[in-house]
Design a protein around this ligand. Structure first.
Ligand SMILES: [Zn+2]
Ligand SMILES: [Zn+2]
Length: 327
């Protein structure tokens, strides 16, 4: 029995199609038939060698939507589940004991240190799978598993900021904009100059202003930086009011240039967001079950995973890219 997958043999090399032997199911694990898997910028960072020590060879992909087909865990066969980035934690380190499992010293990550979802099926620890609502399609749900989750966690760290700036309007921001509008926040979307498609997507999802980085629509109360560009940190701090919060949502960012202390002065806060907790996942999917989030999705077959990554790199994906693995 073999499983079709797209495999990364070494960082910096193209993904290649491979037939892998079906993985054994250990106690506590479930086998998942994958319907769709989102393509995340983090996958690109791993592919390019910007994140240290991935499992190799590796099946990328940590935004998996599928169905449990075999269970050695508490989950029933036939259950619709999502597999996010957080694959496993030790439950014992000081971070786990303090309810901060996202910072676990020994965590494993889907599609990075364990195989992920650019594949027909996967094996996951049942305790880290998220129950998904039945209404939306797999392709619609997939971007929520990371872009949505990290975006949601990032937005929580902006407290009750009313004027929220989003730097980089891609997979994450297009979900956050909708969640923010529901909470009555005002959304300002900053994109690359001339990216009319991203700016009009932002406006269609409730942003009251969308324009290029460097433009000054209004002072912000908080900003979330999704683009992996260090220069955006002083830029966002300069755009933020006293007491404002700037959250860096990415797992990788180019070096942050030095900047005058006055940009941080005035009790501005600069912080990052790392990974997610299972509770973040449960909260987000409760919100989505109450009122669906509209995801704007570009769909590719599994064999085009490399192409989808290149389109993401060059900023040609509007909204999120998703691999549709089962029709
Ligand atoms: Zn731990
Ligand atoms: Zn991701």
């Amino acid at each position: 029995m073999t499983v079709e997958a797209m495999v990364l043999e070494a960082p910096g090399t193209p993904l290649r199609a491979a037939s892998l032997p079906q993985r054994e199911l250990a106690a506590g694990q479930v086998r998942i038939r994958i319907d769709a898997c989102g393509v995340c910028r983090t996958d690109l960072h791993i592919r390019d060698g910007e994140l240290a020590e991935p499992k190799l060879p590796l099946v990328l992909g940590h935004q998996i939507v599928g169905t449990v087909v075999e269970s050695a865990a508490g989950l029933p066969e036939g259950m619709r589940v999502g597999v996010p980035w957080l694959a496993w934690t030790d439950g014992e380190c000081r971070y786990c004991r303090e309810g901060r499992e996202n910072l676990c010293d020994h965590a494993l990550f889907t599609g990075y240190t364990v195989d992920g979802g650019y594949s027909e099926e996967t094996v996951a620890d049942g305790r880290y799978c998220l129950e998904l609502p039945s209404g939306p399609t797999a392709v619609e749900l997939a971007p929520l598993l990371c872009a949505g989750l990290i975006g949601y966690r990032s937005m929580r760290f902006t407290d009750d900021a009313e004027r929220l700036g989003l730097y980089g309007f891609g997979a994450s921001a297009h979900i956050v904009a909708q969640l923010a509008r529901r909470q009555g926040r005002r959304v300002f979307a900053f994109t690359r100059a001339g990216d009319d498609a991203a700016q009009s997507l932002a406006r269609s999802l409730g942003a009251e202003w969308a324009g290029a980085v460097g433009e000054k629509p209004e002072e912000l109360d908080a900003a979330i930086i999704f683009a992996p560009v260090g220069e955006l940190v002083p830029e966002a701090l300069a755009a933020t009011a006293k007491g404002g919060i700037v959250v860096c949502a990415g797992i990788h960012m180019t070096a942050i240039p030095s900047f005058p202390y006055e940009l941080l002065w005035g009790e501005r806060v600069l912080r990052s967001v790392a990974n997610l907790t299972r509770e973040d996942g449960r909260e987000l999917f409760r919100l989505v079950a109450e009122e669906p989030v509209k995801t704007s999705v570009e769909v590719h077959p599994l064999g085009e995973a490399g192409l989808a990554l290149e389109r993401l790199r060059s900023g040609r994906v509007h909204g999120a890219a998703v691999l549709r693995i089962r029709p």
